[in-house]
Design a protein around this ligand. Structure first.
Ligand SMILES: N[C@@H](CCC(=O)N[C@@H](CS)C(=O)NCC(=O)O)C(=O)O
Length: 341
C-alpha cells in the first residue's frame, strides 16, 4: 500500500505544482515575448537532428522546428536558447517550465500524451526502431539476435520496444544501458555489445560516429512506430496552437511550392491558398496572438519541410535518408497538414 501511494503521490504533486504555476503566471507566449527568446529543449547531440558546431551554433531537424517557432513568434529564427537534455531529463524540464517547448526526437505515445501533463503538437518525423550490427557477426535479420548483448539508452521507448520484440519472438538478450547516445555509440564501438538499437534515423547518425562506419550494417526489420514531434505543456492552448501551426506551416509550404528562395516573389501571387498562407487575406495571425506574416517568417527564415529535410538529413547531408513516409501525402508519403483557411 505504502509503495503504491509513493508511486502516485510524486506525479500528482508535480501536476498540482504545474497547475498552480499556470494559474498564477503568464502564458508561454507572453513569457517568450518578454524574454525575447524561445527556450527549446533539444538532444544533447544527434547528427541531423540537433548538434552544436564548434562555435556553439545548433543545427538539425529538431533545431529547425525550434527556429520555426521563434520565427513565427518573434520574427527572428535566431532567437532561440537551446537546452540540451538527455532522454530521462526531457519531460521534467518541460513540466517545470525550464523550457518553453521540447523538440528532441521524442516519440508520441499514449502514456506520454495522457499522463505527463504534456501535449504533442504534431509529427515532425515518422521514424521506427531498428538495429545496427557489426558486419563481422554475419547477421542478416533481427530474428537471429537470440542471446545478443544490446546497447540501448535509458528512458526511451526503444527500451520498451526491445523487451516486447524479444519476448514476442521467444528470444533472450542482455541489455547494456547508457544515458546518452554518445555513450551508446562508444559502447557499441568498443565491443560492449553486439547490437545497437534505436530509432532508425539515429542509427544512420550514430553510425557516422563509429571508428569504422563501413563495418556496421542496419538490419532490415523496423519493429515499431516512432512518430517524433515537438511537445508543450498542457493547459496553454494558444501556445499549443502556435507550435502546432508553425510545424503545419513548414509542411503546407512544401505542398504549395513555397520555399525560402521564392516566398518573396509569391507575395504578388493571385492563388488564394498562397495569399492566405502569407497572411494577406484569410485567418492571418490574430487567433494565435501572432503577426499576420508569421507563416511567411517561418518559410523565409527556416524553409519549408522539404528544404529542412534535405539540408539536415536528406541526400545533400551526410545521413542521406530517403523521404519515405516523410514525403508529402501527394508524393507517396504520409505528411499531411490541415489547410490554412
Ligand atoms: N524516440 C525515442 C528515443 C529517443 C532517444 O532519446 N533516443 C536516444 C537514442 S540514441 C537519443 O537520442 N539519445 C541522445 C542523447 O541523449 O544524447 C523516445 O522518444 O523515447
Amino acid at each position: 500500500m505504502i509503495r503504491r501511494l509513493k508511486k502516485w503521490v510524486a506525479p500528482a504533486l508535480m501536476l498540482a505544482a504545474a497547475g498552480a504555476q499556470a494559474e498564477t503566471s503568464s502564458t508561454t507566449l507572453e513569457t517568450v515575448l518578454s524574454k525575447g527568446y524561445l527556450s527549446c529543449g533539444v538532444n544533447t547531440g544527434l547528427p541531423g537532428f540537433a548538434t552544436p558546431d564548434e562555435k556553439g551554433q545548433w543545427s538539425g531537424m529538431d533545431v529547425d522546428v525550434c527556429r520555426g517557432v521563434a520565427a513565427a513568434v518573434l520574427g527572428d529564427a535566431s532567437k532561440v536558447k537551446y537546452i540540451p537534455l538527455t532522454a530521462k531529463e526531457r519531460f521534467t524540464a518541460l513540466q517545470s517550465g525550464e523550457i518553453d517547448m521540447l523538440s528532441r526526437n521524442t516519440t508520441w505515445t499514449l502514456t506520454r500524451d495522457a499522463s505527463l501533463g504534456l501535449n504533442f503538437a504534431g509529427v515532425s518525423y515518422y521514424d521506427g526502431q531498428g538495429f545496427l550490427v557489426k558486419k563481422e557477426l554475419g547477421v542478416t535479420s533481427a530474428k537471429q539476435l537470440d542471446g545478443a548483448a544490446v546497447c540501448i539508452q535509458s528512458g526511451t521507448t526503444t527500451e520498451l520496444n526491445l523487451a516486447d520484440y524479444f519476448r514476442t519472438n521467444g528470444m533472450k538478450y542482455q541489455p547494456v544501458v547508457f544515458d546518452t547516445s554518445d555513450g551508446t555509440a562508444k559502447g557499441f564501438d568498443s565491443g560492449r555489445c553486439d547490437v545497437l538499437t534505436s530509432d532508425q534515423s539515429q542509427l544512420y547518425a550514430l553510425r557516422l560516429r563509429l571508428s569504422k562506419p563501413d563495418q556496421a550494417v542496419v538490419l532490415p526489420e523496423v519493429i515499431s512506430k516512432e512518430p517524433l514531434g515537438p511537445l508543450v505543456r498542457q493547459g496553454d492552448d494558444q501556445w499549443f496552437n502556435i507550435v502546432k501551426w508553425s510545424l503545419f506551416a513548414m509542411i503546407n509550404a512544401e505542398e504549395l511550392g513555397l520555399t525560402s528562395a521564392n516566398i518573396d516573389k509569391s507575395k504578388s501571387s493571385a492563388d488564394p491558398s498562397v495569399r492566405r498562407f502569407l497572411g494577406i487575406e484569410g485567418p492571418k495571425g490574430k487567433g494565435m496572438g501572432l503577426k499576420d506574416n508569421w507563416a511567411y517568417q517561418v518559410v523565409k527564415q527556416v524553409g519549408n519541410y522539404g528544404e529542412i529535410f534535405e539540408r539536415n538529413i536528406g541526400e545533400s547531408s551526410p545521413l542521406k535518408i530517403e523521404r519515405g513516409l516523410n514525403a508529402q501525402w501527394s508524393q507517396g508519403g504520409i505528411l499531411y497538414a490541415p489547410p490554412f483557411r
